[in-house]
Design a protein around this ligand. Structure first.
Ligand code: SF4
Ligand code: SF4
Length: 297
């Protein structure tokens, strides 16, 4: 495959991500069964000159990468303007079986969830690497920000722990969803997801962003009718005033769920995710919000 043989690059990147996941042998929850970790992904595309990327850098901090910053870490002498870059982003949804098991939990993650968190992120890294390499091979220079050695997590001051690149914010810019009260991204496949992305010098039109504000799909911000994720959190790390308390959340994960994952499942993984299931936005954009949009059409 080379760049001249790719007639419809948007369709090509969509199939690339879908096919890689479909054929990924690692996308298995257990070694002795074919049960998948991730269901079929969603794919979105944004452009490097989208003003939201600049807004994010200004808001989060100077350490935060613009698409061209991340690209330049790998291609230092390569003259490229932000408008020449496309960001290909994907959403990986948990399966119904995993969600069903996780919904029964009130304090600790279920085994399927913790396995998905650990082995599913390896699948996500596989996708990050393979999508990047397929683009490069086809003649489009590309990087995967999360795989760059320069990628850092730091204390941002304003927002606590933050990193050089946020997959969820990139998904928001790429039209894939908006944020909820708990900080999770509510997508058409729900909030029970993981996200990945690759930046490439490739000419693809951005996908439309079917929302105007960063928290439009959340029922709390829509009409104050929901706080289900607040009720799901065992340590009160989500609340009306402050939203998601990252410190309380990470303390619970460090002190409780991480040791639990090790002792119960023999898995070395941080994670909780109780606030991502048994809620109106678990499987998609909440019904009341969609109903309102349908009536308004
Ligand atoms: S559970 Fe309700 S309040 Fe929480 S993110 Fe979803 S829609 Fe918003
Ligand atoms: S992930 Fe954090 S915010 Fe969500 S339920 Fe667990 S402790 Fe609470």
């Amino acid at each position: 495959m080379n760049s001249s043989s790719i007639v419809e690059p948007r369709k090509w990147v969509q199939s690339l991500v879908e096919d890689l996941l479909e054929n990924c042998k690692q996308n298995r929850l257990f070694t002795d069964s074919d049960e998948r970790i991730w269901d079929k992904p969603l794919v979105g595309v944004s452009r490097g000159d989208d003003p939201y990327f600049r807004f994010l850098k200004e808001d989060i901090g100077d350490f935060y990468w613009l698409p061209e910053d991340a690209f330049a870490t790998e291609y230092r002498d390569y003259a490229v303007s932000p408008a020449q870059l496309a960001i290909v982003c994907w959403v990986l949804p948990h399966t119904k079986v995993t969600r069903r098991e996780h919904r029964k939990q009130t304090k600790y993650p279920c085994e399927r969830w913790s396995r998905s968190r650990l082995y599913g992120e390896e699948v996500n890294n596989y996708l990050r690497g393979e999508v990047r390499d397929a683009l490069i091979e086809a003649g489009f220079p590309a990087v995967s920000p999360m795989l760059l050695p320069e990628f850092r997590r730091t204390d941002s001051g304003k927002y606590g722990y933050a990193s050089s690149w946020s997959e969820r914010h990139t998904a928001f810019v790429s039209g894939l969803g908006t944020f909820g009260l708990s900080d999770g991204l509510i997508t058409p496949l729900g909030k029970s997801i993981r996200v990945g992305s690759v930046i490439a010098k490739i000419d693809i039109e951005p996908d439309p962003r079917p929302y105007e504000s960063h928290n439009e799909y959340c029922l709390y911000f829509y009409d104050k009718s929901c706080q289900k994720c607040v009720d799901r959190c065992p340590v009160g790390a989500i609340n009306e005033e402050a939203g998601h308390d990252k410190v309380a959340c990470s303390e619970y994960i460090r002190l409780k769920t991480t040791p639990y994952n090790l002792s119960e499942y023999n898995l070395e993984i941080k994670g909780c995710g109780l606030c991502q299931v048994k809620i109106p936005c678990e499987f998609g954009i909440p019904a009341r919000k969609r109903k309102h949009e349908a009536t308004a059409d």
